[in-house]
Design a protein around this ligand. Structure first.
Ligand SMILES: C[S@@+](CC[C@H](N)C(=O)[O-])C[C@H]1O[C@@H](n2cnc3c(N)ncnc32)[C@H](O)[C@@H]1O
Length: 411
């Protein structure tokens, strides 16, 4: 008769083979009863000098329950997914080969550890549960996200989720932002001309949250051959991101140390992204996109200091001076003027532009997205744009806009 280990809390078994058979039966039973959270196979005694342990967790693949095995090696992780039957067979083989001397099964009611003692005998013990069931597997009504959190090891390495794929409480805003950003981009990316490997550059990639998510979405969700380069001048970030990309087997995702204005694409530049690149770094990024004829330019600007300084310096008398004498209004106006002029300059170069709030300001104040999609522009419209830029600068007392200087359009 089958005996569920969780019902035998604190009881010790001594028959070695029975114990391991019961442990594997128990895993199967708890999977069937929807109580299985994860399994860790540790204290490795096998022959592979680099393997440390294996983590097993449930994942939904094409609406089927599978078990995902993460093989943790000294310098990288490898993830493989198996059907439940294949996985149970594999776990049985690993146990029979005596490869792992300590394994813990995490279920909703308990943690059950099966381990070999110094005298080589096996025993199981059970203790209070410490793991929680991941919400993606238990709540079908959860908001559908472009990126399923459960099976993404890179999210764990970037410290956004725990090992089981649960988003940490303090990473919830970032997670929402990432998904929303992918959701917005997904429509635009589908409209790009079909062709070769998509060449994407993320300027000021920082810790790479959005760079990784975009790569994962393009390559693993859409199946679109893509190459992404993150440009960042912080060496530590570049090294960290390259390490995680390698561990995640993201072969065409790399990070380069350097400044945005010095970046030269090796092949083409199809999509340019710059999220929260500070002050005029956003202009450097837009200029790279324009120069290289990118199909799509997406920037989320931040710290609009250059135009604010220009406006403060000149203090022109205009119909808005009653507003602009207040620092906070001047700051907000400077943001709008900076980004409004950026959109106009993009239009001048044939980009159809949109400016909108991309996440609620409850999540981040840097929440405006400027998007340019390459189309065409008439000479008449270009002339109108130049007049508009000139008038706007005069009205606000702006000597120059960094972007117009970069693209050689100063009027
Ligand atoms: C606020 S972080 C944003 C990171 C990332 N894009 C995101 O949204 O999560 C801005 C990053 O841009 C980098 N950065 C700013 N100006 C840069 C420049 N001119 N060249 C290269 N990197 C730059 C900074 O080092 C920083 O890591």
């Amino acid at each position: 008769m089958f005996v569920c280990l969780s019902l035998l809390s604190n009881r010790l078994f001594t028959m070695e083979s029975d114990i391991r058979i019961l442990f594997i039966h128990s895993i199967e039973q708890h999977i069937k009863q929807n109580e299985f959270i994860k399994l860790s196979l540790g204290n490795y005694k096998g022959t592979d000098p680099d393997l440390k342990n294996i983590y097993v967790k449930p994942v939904q693949i094409k609406k089927q329950l599978n078990l995902s095995f993460t093989y943790r090696y000294k310098t990288r992780d490898i993830t493989k997914n198996y059907t439940v039957q294949e996985a149970l067979r594999l776990i049985g083989d690993l146990f029979n080969a005596h490869n792992f001397a300590a394994s813990t099964l995490f279920i909703t009611q308990a943690n059950i550890t099966c381990q070999q003692s110094k005298n080589k005998s096996w025993a199981t013990t059970s203790s209070e549960p410490t793991a929680k069931m991941p919400t993606t597997l238990t709540h079908d009504h959860q908001k559908e996200r472009k990126l399923a959190q459960g099976s993404k090891d890179y999210l764990h390495r970037l410290k956004l989720t725990d090992e089981m794929g649960n988003v940490y409480k303090n990473a919830q805003d970032k997670w929402k932002q990432i998904n929303h950003y992918i959701e917005l981009l997904s429509t635009m990316l589908k409209e790009l001309p079909a062709g070769d490997v998509l060449q994407v550059v993320d300027m000021g990639s920082g810790k790479g949250y959005l760079t990784f998510a975009l790569y994962d979405y393009l390559v693993n969700v859409l199946g679109k051959p893509s190459s992404i380069v993150g440009v960042e001048y912080r060496k530590d970030m570049v090294e960290l991101c390259n390490r995680i990309a390698k561990m995640s087997s993201f072969a065409n995702l790399r990070f380069e140390e350097g400044s945005i204005d010095e970046y030269r694409p090796k092949i083409r530049l199809d999509v340019l992204i710059a999220l929260h690149a500070c002050d005029t770094a956003t202009d450097d990024a837009i200029a790279k996109g324009i120069e290289n004829n990118a199909h799509l330019i997406v920037v989320a600007p931040c710290c609009h200091k250059q135009i604010r300084r220009e406006m403060e310096k000149s203090k022109v008398d205009n119909r808005l001076d009653f507003l602009l004498k207040h620092g906070i209004f001047l700051e907000r106006q400077a943001e709008m003027v900076t980004d409004g002029l950026r959109a106009l300059i993009l239009e001048y170069y044939g980009y159809q532009t949109k400016v909108f709030e991309f996440v609620s300001d409850a999540h981040t104040p840097k929440n405006v997205l400027v998007i340019g999609v390459k189309k065409s522009v008439t000479q008449k419209r270009k002339d109108e744009i130049l007049i508009k830029i000139k008038a706007t600068k005069e009205f606000f007392g702006i000597g120059y806009h960094h972007l117009e200087r970069l693209v050689g359009l100063e009027v």
